[in-house]
Design a protein around this ligand. Structure first.
Ligand SMILES: Cc1cc2nc3c(=O)[nH]c(=O)nc-3n(C[C@H](O)[C@H](O)[C@H](O)COP(=O)(O)OP(=O)(O)OC[C@H]3O[C@@H](n4cnc5c(N)ncnc54)[C@H](O)[C@@H]3O)c2cc1C
Length: 425
């Protein structure tokens, strides 16, 4: 009797790429798209399925929306049913300040696409540009040459020998627990001072709602309209309070926080089906890591993490994807140095202001001032982004200007050694 064929694990089509990216969500898929659009051979690998969700709310700030618009992806996101957000309201205790988001701008408003939608559209755009993207496959290690320069990745599957694939550059877009950062022992440049916990779920909402951000002493919350007629409703507290109050059950503790912030917000959350799942993030201290080294780079949360309370992680991931693509296409050590310098400048500002909000050491009298500081950073970021050229395309038939090693390391030695950094995941 014929047995069922064993499904074959998808395998990379080539043995060598200009760039291999570990992780294919907002940082990885965006980097893959930009490099592929510029003519590079790109492979991106993600251990999660195509179009899957992840632990993240998804309110996009203006820099992210601007990037998506510049890349031609705002329209597909709107066509996928992502509602336009045209106002943002800050609730400081009983005080409400509503700000229109549309006047005097090229952008029609903001959006908060579910990650199942945003990450899928980025992956589709990367594939359309020619990038190869493999899902449900984990990168297990990196390998390096005898000079310690990273030369490629290893993929292991049960019962098979490890598969090695080489690249001019390996990019870690693999999030907070980055394997690439561990393998290369990326230096920690800065550690943030505080962390906050965020517990969220989805509830049905009327169309036309804006963003709402709620603050009362020691607690915060948000209301984020998204796809499928739902809003993401978040309760945010210092990690210490989460450990005390949420230990015995997320649902009751979240509802208590929402009620304390605003009974209307709690009533919205109560419209969710009784069995709706909640997601909880206990909090992680922010960090900024060294962004590149011989044969490797980090982008997105792999290189820089700030608490979600300022909803800026996806903006950071998209901005750094574009500037990393520019550095790779520039191809010189100087281009990488400039990239890291710019990334550090903005990352330090974002981390400062995010910690100032996520520390919950403000009062209702001074939180507005912290938001105004954040808004000024966003404004400067948007201005800088709007003035940037798109990462250059390769001229027809010319050799891609990929990242070049110092002269004595240009060609991989035949005998590739194991990762000489000695660091293991
Ligand atoms: C609770 C919470 C709420 C948030 N809310 C917002 C918000 O409202 N707005 C906002 O802008 N940002 C928000 N953020 C931040 C945002 O989620 C991150 O900044 C963003 O996801 C970073 O994208 P990334 O592509 O760098 O990493 P990730 O989205 O973490 O993707 C990394 C990918 O790498 C894959 N991977 C990891 N290791 C391997 C491996 N060895 N092999 C193969 N694949 C691997 C993972 O499977 C994953 O899919 C929030 C974060 C959290 C935790």
């Amino acid at each position: 009797m014929a047995s069922n064929p064993i499904p074959l694990m998808a395998a990379p089509r080539r043995g060598h790429y200009d760039a291999i990216i570990v992780g294919a969500r907002c940082a990885g898929a965006a980097t893959a798209m930009l490099l592929a659009r510029a003519g590079l051979e790109v492979l991106a690998i993600d251990r999660k399925p195509y179009g899957s969700d992840t632990l993240s709310t998804h309110a996009l700030m203006r820099p992210a929306v601007l990037q998506l618009w510049r890349w031609g992806l705002l329209e597909p996101l709107l066509e996928a049913g992502t509602p336009l957000v045209e106002t943002t309201t800050f609730h400081y205790g009983e005080e409400e300040i509503t700000i229109p988001l549309v006047s005097g701008s090229d952008l029609p408003g903001l959006i908060a696409p579910r990650r199942t939608v945003l990450d899928r559209i980025l992956v589709d755009a990367a594939r359309k540009a020619g990038a190869e993207i493999l899902h449900e496959m984990a990168v297990s290690d990196l390998f390096a040459d005898t000079h310690g320069r990273v030369r490629g990745i290893e993929i292991r599957a049960a019962g098979r020998a490890a598969l090695r694939v080489s690249a001019d550059i390996v990019i870690g877009a693999d999030g907070i627990g980055s394997l690439v950062a561990k393998c290369v022992d990326a230096q920690l440049l800065r550690r943030g001072a505080v962390s906050a916990a965020h517990v969220y779920g989805y509830a049905p909402v009327e169309p036309g709602e804006g963003y709402h951000w709620y603050f009362r002493d020691g607690i915060a919350g948000s209301f984020i309209p998204t796809n499928d007629g739902l809003a993401c409703i978040v309760a945010s507290v210092p990690t210490g309070l989460f450990d005390q109050r949420f230990r015995l059950g997320h649902a009751r503790a979240r509802m208590d926080v929402l009620e304390a912030l605003s009974p209307a917000l709690a009533a919205q959350a109560a419209r969710a089906p009784k069995d709706a799942r909640l997601q909880a993030f206990r909090g992680v201290l922010g960090y900024i890591r060294q962004a590149h080294g011989p044969g490797w780079a980090l982008v997105g949360d792999a290189g820089f993490f700030r608490d979600p309370i300022t909803s800026h992680g996806i903006s950071d991931a998209l901005r750094d994807a574009e500037s990393l693509a520019r550095a790779i296409l520039g191809g010189s050590d100087a281009a990488f140095a400039v990239w890291q310098q710019h990334r550090d400048l903005i990352a330090n500002q974002i981390l400062d202001i995010t910690d100032a909000v996520a520390g919950f050491d403000w009062t209702l009298d001074d939180i507005g001032e912290r938001h105004r500081r954040f808004s000024a950073v966003l404004k400067a970021e948007v201005q800088a982004l709007a003035g940037q050229p798109m990462p250059a395309r390769r001229a027809a038939k010319s050799k891609p200007a990929t990242y070049r090693a110092p002269a004595n390391q240009d060609k991989p030695p035949a005998d590739l050694s194991r990762n000489r950094t000695g660091a293991r995941p």
